[in-house]
Design a protein around this ligand. Structure first.
Ligand SMILES: Nc1ccn([C@@H]2O[C@H](COP(=O)(O)OP(=O)(O)OP(=O)(O)O)[C@@H](O)[C@H]2O)c(=O)n1
Ligand SMILES: C[C@](O)(CO)[C@H](O)COP(=O)(O)O
Length: 247
């Protein structure tokens, strides 16, 4: 039976988030930190062998202090990430302890992913060895100059274009091989698999599976979660005291 190890990536610098107190994975969202919503989507699944949250080295101690009890309760491990997203994935892979057959890599900054979409991308990865959630590009895309203000240089045909999301899910040995092969920096893991010559299946995901990058995205995520018939979150077992820990 396929078993999935899940890496929840929360080790970025949130440089576009614009909050003086919180990096985005630690920002409050519907009563809990963003990262906890992402973990919630995976931790109770029967096909998940382990979940590892990857945080920046400078956040490790504060994270353990603030959320150590939550991690124990959730049965989730913690490890340190690196400067690049792919460094964080590599360190997360090194931290895995189970005999999982597949690895799912998910942005902690995507708290609105649904169980149904996870079911579908997991099934596709079982079938093909490599699958990602993505949504078809629906806007008209313009390539613009770097002038201020930017000016349109061309309209980019959008036929066949998809916006990649996460989780991105791979057969474990395939992912390890792609990371061992390495190469130039990538912004998602599928690029390494593509470079490695393996096909990557796209599973259409909801546009609600947004990546929180700015404060506006956080408000959108709150609106999305508020409209879902989810049980009201429990009172956080670790209320947000001394929030300056995160900056
Ligand atoms: N070295 C990195 C970079 C990113 N991430 C994680 O990967 C996800 C997607 O990355 P992104 O949205 O770019 O996060 P940041 O790099 O923090 O954002 P910014 O570019 O605004 O600094 C986030 O959950 C982020 O925490 C990570 O674990 N390690
Ligand atoms: C992995 C990803 O979320 C897919 O869209 C995206 O590539 C992450 O990029 P970022 O620059 O690390 O946000």
């Amino acid at each position: 039976m396929s078993r999935f190890a899940v890496l929840i990536l929360a080790a970025g610098q949130s440089s576009r988030f614009g909050d003086p107190h919180y990096k985005k994975p630690f920002a409050p969202l519907e009563g809990r930190p963003v990262w906890m919503h992402a973990v919630d989507r995976f931790k109770d699944r029967e096909d998940v062998a382990e979940v590892v949250v990857v945080v920046a080295p400078e956040d490790r101690e504060a994270f353990q202090t603030k959320f150590g009890a939550n991690l124990l309760f959730l049965g989730v491990a913690l490890c340190e990430g690196g400067a690049l997203r792919s460094d964080s994935v590599r360190k997360g892979l090194d931290a895995l302890s189970s005999q999982a057959t597949h690895v799912a890599i998910h942005d902690a900054a995507r708290p609105c992913v649904t169980t149904e979409d996870i079911d579908r991308v997991f099934a596709a990865a079982r079938q093909s060895g490599a699958a990602i959630l993505a949504s078809p590009v629906v806007a008209t895309l313009k390539r613009a100059s770097s002038t201020d203000p930017p000016e349109v240089e061309e309209t980019v045909p959008r036929e066949g274009l998809w916006a990649a999301q996460t989780p991105q899910v791979f057969e474990r040995d395939l992912l390890n091989g792609a990371y061992e092969a390495g190469g130039s920096p990538v912004t998602d893991d599928a690029q390494l698999i593509e470079r490695h010559g393996h096909r990557v299946v796209i599973v259409e995901g909801s546009s609600e599976n947004l990546k929180i990058t700015t404060q506006e995205d956080l408000r959108l995520a709150a609106a999305i979660l508020a409209t879902r018939s989810v049980a009201k979150p429990q009172k956080p077992s670790h209320p947000f005291e001394d929030d300056d820990l995160w900056r």
